[in-house]
Ligand binder design. Structure first.
Ligand SMILES: [Zn+2]
Length: 196
């Protein structure tokens, strides 16, 4: 038993009907996190509203044995408008787990006064002074995509496929339709923004 882990990591998700689904018990945080993130891709199908990661120490009685490492809340994505945008309520950052989207917000690693946000399919990157402004930037991106006729099924331009092909992520995009021209228009507009 000497090789048994001294602590374990337990990810779980909560559905809108208040049913909590345990995703297993894992010996490392890294594995537990990848299981949890993989599961968040099913946010919409399972109508998930929150997610947690708890660390438990082995053979300790009572609540002191556990500590909450992460608590995520579900929101509508500012770009694709699907219910797969997850906010980390402990260390502020956010990411959309819907296929083909991946909109994100996080603290700049070098400057704590800067909030970075981005949308990978167009390599959109913006630096904002507040989370609210970052959200607004992503909403504007979503509005422009919508105006360009993409609506909720955007996300799969040739550029996008090229970008993700090497990473082996293109499976997630198969079956999605998108007009490359419309996206190209939006991309051209964004050249002013990137790098600011
Ligand atoms: Zn999204």
């Amino acid at each position: 038993m000497t090789d048994a882990p001294q602590e374990v990591y337990v990810p779980s998700v909560e559905q809108r009907d208040e049913v909590v689904v345990g995703l297993g018990v894992f010996s490392t945080e890294k594995i537990a996190l990848s299981i949890l993130k993989d599961f968040l891709k099913r946010s919409e199908q399972m109508d998930l509203i929150s997610a947690e990661m708890t660390k438990w120490e082995i053979d300790i009685v009572g609540q002191e044995a556990s500590s909450l490492l992460m608590r995520l809340a579900n929101r509508q994505c500012p770009v694709c408008e699907r219910g797969a945008f997850w906010l980390d309520l402990k260390s502020f950052n956010a990411q959309c787990y819907a296929s083909g989207c991946g909109a994100w917000i996080e603290d700049n690693i070098h400057d704590e006064d800067i909030i970075d946000c981005g949308w990978p399919p167009l390599r959109f990157l913006h630096q904002a002074s507040t989370v609210e402004i970052a959200m607004k930037k992503l909403e504007e991106m979503g509005a422009r995509l919508k105006a360009a006729g993409q609506a909720n099924s955007m996300l799969a331009s040739q550029a996008l496929l090229n970008e993700y092909d090497e990473a082996g992520l293109s499976d997630a995009l198969i079956g999605q339709q998108l007009s490359g021209d419309a996206l190209a228009d939006v991309a051209a507009e964004d050249e002013n923004v990137v790098g600011q």
